[in-house]
Design a protein around this ligand. Structure first.
Ligand SMILES: NC(=O)c1ccc[n+]([C@@H]2O[C@H](COP(=O)([O-])OP(=O)(O)OC[C@H]3O[C@@H](n4cnc5c(N)ncnc54)[C@H](OP(=O)(O)O)[C@@H]3O)[C@@H](O)[C@H]2O)c1
Length: 254
């Protein structure tokens, strides 16, 4: 167990209740960070805290809600310096075409992926600047190569990548790094199940026959590696995919 008094620093990890966020929180703790996990499901966060001990604490937070996010940020900033913000909270909804997709689905993806990320990033930037910190955004290859049926999700992930790039330019000269990690296919327990509104057969079909999709831990390795570089070294972008995936539409299946 990491010695909290000698932690590398405090990392705030959004979406820490499952998937890539949970794996990133675990990996950061293993690398000596003190982690504050944010998500809406307290039972999941509490289970993480049981397993990780003192180095992990959490705040229940709905990142689409201004008051909820502000309250979490206020508590975090009152507790001390913040060295990293790892933005993992995000979602995809459906695979409908642009012509037929619902405005509400696009709105919900934008609310979390784009505006939720923007909201917490804006709020924590002053603290990050004070501690030579880092903003890390887990975007997606969906933000690089649009695919049919991915309209709202690809657009939101593209927006996150643009946000990271522009923030990096706007902060030049200030002691803050901005890192964009764009994973391809990652087999996490919940992401595709939620995308297809609980339809497990549709979710399983995403990964069917693919020899080794990335795991959440693979992406967490990228997160810790990028953050553990010296403060003056900015890993601008990492694009990481399973070997079997050349692009979203070029995937080897057994
Ligand atoms: N899986 C993939 O193939 C893949 C590939 C590339 C990029 N990504 C990106 O990686 C990130 C994590 O994906 P994942 O696979 O780990 O998905 P996941 O397991 O579904 O995790 C999503 C996380 O977001 C949190 N969240 C959802 N709505 C929230 C809200 N309103 N406020 C606060 N937190 C909220 C969820 O927690 P609560 O429900 O408890 O709030 C959960 O912890 C996403 O941004 C996703 O777009 C995933």
């Amino acid at each position: 167990m990491a010695d909290v008094s000698e932690a590398v620093g405090c990392a705030v990890v959004t979406g820490a209740s499952s998937g890539i966020g949970a794996a990133s929180a675990r990996a950061l703790v293993a690398h000596g960070w003190r982690v504050v996990g944010l998500a809406r499901r307290e039972d999941k966060l509490a289970a993480m805290a049981d397993g990780l001990g003192q180095a992990f604490s959490y705040r229940v937070c709905d990142m689409t809600d201004e008051a909820s996010t502000q309250a979490a940020v206020d508590e975090i900033m009152a507790a001390g310096p913040v060295k990293a913000l790892v933005n993992c909270a995000g979602r995809a909804i459906g695979k409908d075409s642009v012509a037929t997709s619902k405005l509400d689905d696009w709105r919900a993806m934008y609310e979390l992926n784009v505006l939720g990320t923007l909201r917490i990033t804006q709020k924590l930037l002053p603290a990050l600047e004070q501690d030579e910190g880092s903003v890390l955004i887990v975007s997606s290859t969906a933000g690089i190569e649009p695919y049919e049926g991915g309209g709202g999700y690809c657009a939101s992930k593209s927006a996150e990548r643009v946000m990271a790039r522009i923030l990096r330019l706007e902060l030049i000269g200030k002691p803050v790094r901005v890192i964009d990690i764009a994973p391809g296919m990652v087999h996490t327990d919940e992401f595709s199940v939620k995308r297809f509104a609980g339809d497990r057969s549709k979710a399983q079909a995403v990964y069917a026959g693919v020899p080794d999709p990335l795991t959440a831990a693979d992406v967490a390795d990228c997160v810790t590696w990028a953050l553990d570089q010296p403060d003056t070294v900015n890993i601008d972008q990492i694009v990481v995919r399973p070997r079997a995936e050349g692009s979203y539409t070029k995937v080897y299946r057994r």
